[in-house]
Design a protein around this ligand. Sequence first.
Ligand SMILES: [Zn+2]
Length: 345
Amino acid sequence: MDFQNGFKADSHFSLSRRSFLSSAIATTLGIQPYNFSAAESPVTSKAQIAITFDLEMSRQYPRRDMLEWDFQKGNLNQETKAYSLKAAEIASGLNGLVHYFCVGRVLEQEDIQWLKTISELGHPIGNHTYDHVNVWATDPEKTQFRFQRSPWLLGGKSADQVIRQNIRLTTEAMKQRLNISPDGFRTPGGSSTALDAREDLQNMLLAEGFSWVSSKYPSHKYSSPDTEPDNDIYQSILTAQKEAQPYIYPSGLVEIPMSPISDVGAFRTSHWKLKYFLKSVELCIQQAIEQGSVFDFLCHPSIMYVEDPHFETVKLICKLVNQSGGRAEIVGLSDIAKSVPRKTS
Ligand SMILES: [Zn+2]
């Protein structure tokens, strides 16, 4: 879908501001500023910025030798829970919002007050499956490492049945222990092809009560580990963000792509310093404001408590939106889903 369909005629976004921002980005990147001509869309709609936290443990955190989390994705440690709650409080204090995605197994833990408090503060919580299963898998044992070590848990079910049950258990656990229904669904992992060729999964999610999914993670370039990203890398991320905008599948399900670069790619894969990550986030938000588009920031508190212990990323996103003069807003993904223009045939 062409995101320009989303432009609204009533915007007050001025051409001069666009030029200023594009020059600012270009200057930061050390490249030639791009001059918008009047023939190009002179106005744009309000940028929608989402901050999303996937509530799961991440391999190689807090130490590189930690791989056991692959089998216990939902068994959150104290630091991850504390970071998640503190981020919610910080965002609330800065007129922000964090959209969380819950791996259902965490609701087996004795104390879930941290997540109840997050919900009571008004932050939406979506479904991220019970065991962090790979929904694209077609072999039941390939849905999750846990089932390779403990295949009896599969009970002879097909991949389709395992995935459906994993989604359903999370919805049920959220209802029983948090007294809420999930606000949307995010696939564990992401795919550059999203659910485009998987109408069966689209229909499964619709049948399980979801109107939108966040499954697409666009392809982009990565810097070599321990190397400062150059302009080419930042440009690749900006291009991927621009092209991965929300759209509607033929089934009617809405797709809200994750925006690059995730903390996994930046910190675990490329060993970025925090300042590189903050620069990428700032460039992407500036671009989203220029274009009136969506930026769906994705991170994992199990990584961020190690890499960004002082919540600089959440504070930066809230600050940039608060300073945007009304040209951007922080929203949950359900608000983004409602704004995706539906084609009239
Ligand atoms: Zn995940």
